[in-house]
Design a binder for this molecule. Sequence first.
Ligand code: KIV
Length: 266
Amino acid sequence: MTTLSTLNKFKKDGTKFTCLTCYDAMFARLMQQAEIDTILIGDSLGMVVQGHDSTLPVTIEDMTYHTANIARSNKQALILADLPFMSYATLNDAIANSRALMQAGAHVIKIEGGSELCEIVTTLTQAGTPTCVHLGLTPQSVNVFGGYKVQGRSEDSADELLADAKAVVEAGAALLVLECVPAKLAQTITQAVDVPVIGIGAGASTDGQVLVMHDMLGMVHGRVPRFVHDFLTDARNTEHSIEGAFALYRQSVREGSFPTAENQFD
Ligand code: KIV
């Protein structure tokens, strides 16, 4: 079974690992067969499962329900679950809602933001709940950003992201997710912290990669982001199945052929 120790060892050894979002039992079983290392029950389910335009309408009850579905169906992957929008605005909310996710079967909870999360990270960690902090393009803040935009392109914002990453790790974060940041900055952050960093639209230097499952199966609603690759179409040359696509994704990340320069931002 994959644990945080496994991911720490992967980072030390330079072994690239995989993460995919997942929301239901059948896909969780296929991911187990394809040996996907970590699963994220992402609040992206607001878009790909519930049909919303953003992650904001997702509730803790939604997240708990989907987390329990996955935890019953995949006994190998490390299970990360998102605390949804405004469910960790206070320390008490963060504690109560993390408890709900952990009791549903999550191993790590993921929260979006920067150094303002330090107190939450320390408190949860001390209470037995490892945290993953999601930095860069944090979709719960889409209205603050004014759209889904690459983050950390100016010198100041890059410095701020690096400082945020160091601060949350210092506070106890066990993992980081970096979304849509320039590849060079992602490399700097990955080398600067001693916890595994998972990237999406952050280039090939992060320790692990994550994609939204529907995206990597070629089911994209609207414009295809440049960091997305359709592994189901690629799998037609080998085992043309969903499990084959998951296995190809794992192989591509492990051997370093995904992501390519075309999937990253400068
Ligand atoms: O909710 C989600 O799917 C995510 C990934 C994009 C990292 O947070």
